[in-house]
Structure formats: structure tokens, C-alpha cells
Design a protein around this ligand. Structure first.
Ligand code: FES
Length: 144
């Protein structure tokens, strides 16, 4: 085999090597256990248990407190009660239609956005769904 043939043979293996590398990478992607988010839809209560503009405290699957607020005929908000400033508990103020943190006078609107005070971020929110007379909340969990 002369130099020219040797070079030709080497070049013939480059696409084969690249294809093998790609297949191996894809294989590892499927084989490697990966943590993924699981979303669970959980029934919480019936609409008649939560009158318009009222709130109810519940506990999520991880033991964290949430507050449900009925802001419309078929609209329910769900947020963490943990203030994003220093972790005090926030309360729903029915008359103001706001969440209030008494520790440093932080205020959040009905969507959990900061209105005033020192909180640096919105309240953690949860997706809700009303189906018939049932209120569901979507909780995220990590698997793996
Ligand atoms: S802990 Fe809520 S405003 Fe400071």
C-alpha cells in the first residue's frame, strides 16, 4: 500500500467515526438516568368551599403552605405564602385584593407580583384549573 492509498483509506473512515460518535452520544442520552420534572394535577376543593374573594390555606405535597384565592366566578389563584424577602408568611387582604407581608410591609398583587416594599421577587405561583365544580392545582416534583 502506497502513501496515496493509505491516505484514501484513512479518509474513508472519518465519516464512519463521526457517525459512531453521534450514535454513541444519542445512546447515552437515552440510557443516562435524567432528573425530570413531574407535574401532578391534584384536586384541592370544590368551588362552593371558596366563596368569591375569599382565601383558604392548604399544604402542598412537600409540606409547604399555599393560599388559594378565588378572584373571579371561575378564577382561582394559588401561591406560596412564603414572602420572597425574608420568608415571613403573607396574608390575603380581601378588601385590598392584595397579599400583605406584615414583617416589612411587603405587598403583592393578586397574581403575586410585588407592588411595594422590600420583596425582591414575585410570590411562587401554581397553575390552577377549574373543571366543573372542582379546583385542581398543578404541583411540580423532581423525579430521579
Ligand atoms: S419578609 Fe416579607 S417583606 Fe420582609
Amino acid at each position: 500500500m502506497n502513501r496515496r492509498e493509505a491516505l484514501k483509506n484513512m479518509l474513508a473512515f472519518i465519516p464512519l467515526g463521526a457517525a459512531f460518535t453521534g450514535i454513541t452520544a444519542i445512546g447515552f442520552r437515552f440510557i443516562t438516568p435524567k432528573k425530570r420534572d413531574l407535574t401532578r394535577r391534584i384536586f384541592t376543593m370544590h368551588l362552593e368551599e371558596l366563596p368569591l374573594n375569599s382565601s383558604r390555606k392548604i399544604t402542598d405535597l412537600r409540606g409547604k403552605d399555599l393560599v388559594l384565592v378565588r378572584t373571579g366566578e371561575f378564577e382561582v389563584k394559588a401561591m406560596s405564602t412564603v414572602c420572597t424577602h425574608l420568608g415571613c408568611t403573607v396574608y390575603w387582604e380581601k378588601e385590598q385584593q392584595e397579599f400583605y407581608c406584615p414583617c416589612h410591609q411587603g405587598r403583592f398583587d393578586k397574581d403575586g407580583n410585588v407592588i411595594s416594599g422590600p420583596p425582591p421577587a414575585p410570590l411562587e405561583t401554581y397553575h390552577t384549573e377549574i373543571e366543573g365544580d372542582n379546583i385542581f392545582i398543578y404541583f411540580k416534583e423532581k423525579e430521579g
